[in-house]
Design a protein around this ligand. Structure first.
Ligand code: TXA
Ligand code: MG
Length: 324
């Protein structure tokens, strides 16, 4: 299959993307978090293609992306008031609400689960695409299973060219990390995946505490240890360990660091920003860049263990996970 490269800024390309989705084809689309691999959520045959293209197990649930709040009631039932409060506060935006699935929705979308993740993305091109096509899309991140989530169209091409109908290029993603997932299906509201919107922000809107576990919870595909991984092994080290491990080593190493370190001569190095938001924006892109170098390992300086860095730490642990 020849993968078409479409430009979000061109109306005729948006129209083409809308048409492809309506035909049941896969189109990678920009969102404000990471690029998503979209299929018409109401077409199980189209949704099924997502699992094939990504090499993802069929029991891993997908997030449905809507453009209009009225669509919520098509995909979910028993919607609690908290869902509308959070939607009013954070949509369009990087928050996925976990709700009870409506019976009419194909189990292919939710990997057989009785719950469904739904969000309204904030990327203007994706919103107009969904409006134009008059549909909602099921969309996981547009990467091969377990690999880094793409934050640019070129990275989607790198991983999925030949496997999908088109990529809609909407420029680099604003957040660079996947949406926060919050579970509203039980009495205790909990964050299942940390992301751009914190548990504290959610709690402030709801007026009661929201739990936020250290790691992804069950049934979230990110809970497998190894996830968000470059091909080159990643090692997390503090500044002192970094310096000592690099001294008298001839192993070709790429180093991603954030503090003002003076490094010995290494094959590749890049300094990441020292604020959590910019760091998150650039992390996947810089891991991708480091992965393209002729190196046999990536050393990553552990970022600060402070509030605001939770989503970064969660993704880094998975990027650096080694089977033991
Ligand atoms: O920012 C994002 O959320 C991006 C963009 C494209 O929207 N999407 C994304 O999708 O990260 P994906 O499939 O790579 O990760 C979605 C996570 C998975 O870990 C999945 O298991 C979880 O959401 N998830 C989706 N539906 C669920 C459900 N019904 N129950 C539990 N977890 C669910
Ligand atoms: Mg993913």
């Amino acid at each position: 299959m020849n993968t078409e490269l479409l430009a979000a800024a061109k109306p005729e390309d948006l129209e083409r993307a809308a048409w492809l989705l309506q035909q049941g084809e896969l189109v990678a689309v920009p969102t404000e978090t990471v690029y998503g691999l979209a299929a018409d959520a109401a077409n199980p045959l189209a949704v099924n293609k997502i699992f094939q293209a990504k090499g993802r197990p069929a029991d891993h649930p997908l997030i449905v992306h809507i453009h209009d709040l009225a669509q919520l009631a098509y995909f979910a039932v028993d919607i609690p008031p908290a869902a509308y409060q959070l939607a009013a506060a954070f949509w369009p935006g990087p928050l996925t609400l976990l709700l009870h699935k409506a019976p009419a929705v194909s189990p292919v979308v939710t990997g057989g689960l009785a719950t469904i993740g739904i969000r309204m993305p904030a990327h203007p091109a994706l919103l107009s695409l969904l409006q134009q096509a008059q549909l909602a899309v099921a969309a996981p991140s547009a990467n091969l299973y377990k690999k880094l989530s793409p934050t640019r169209a070129s990275q989607v091409i790198h991983g999925l060219a030949g496997r999908i109908a088109a990529v809609l290029d909407g420029g680099p993603c604003q957040h660079g990390l996947e949406s926060t997932i919050v579970d509203l299906t039980t009495d205790q509201v909990r964050v299942l995946r940390t992301g751009p919107i914190s548990a504290a922000q959610i709690a402030a809107v709801l007026g009661y505490p929201v739990s936020s576990p250290q790691t992804h919870q069950v049934k979230v595909s990110g809970n497998v240890g190894a996830h968000y991984q470059p091909n080159t092994p990643v090692y997390l080290l503090d500044a002192t360990q970094l310096q000592s491990q690099l001294a008298d080593s001839s192993t070709k190493t790429a180093v991603l660091y954030y503090s003002d370190l003076c490094l010995p001569d290494v094959a590749y190095q890049h300094q990441l920003p020292n604020d959590a938001i910019s760091y998150g924006q650039q992390l996947y892109h810089e891991l991708f860049q480091a992965d393209q170098q002729a190196v046999s390992r990536i050393f990553l300086e552990l970022p600060p263990d402070k509030m605001g860095w939770e989503a970064v730490h969660d993704r880094l642990r998975r990027a650096a996970y080694h089977e033991s």
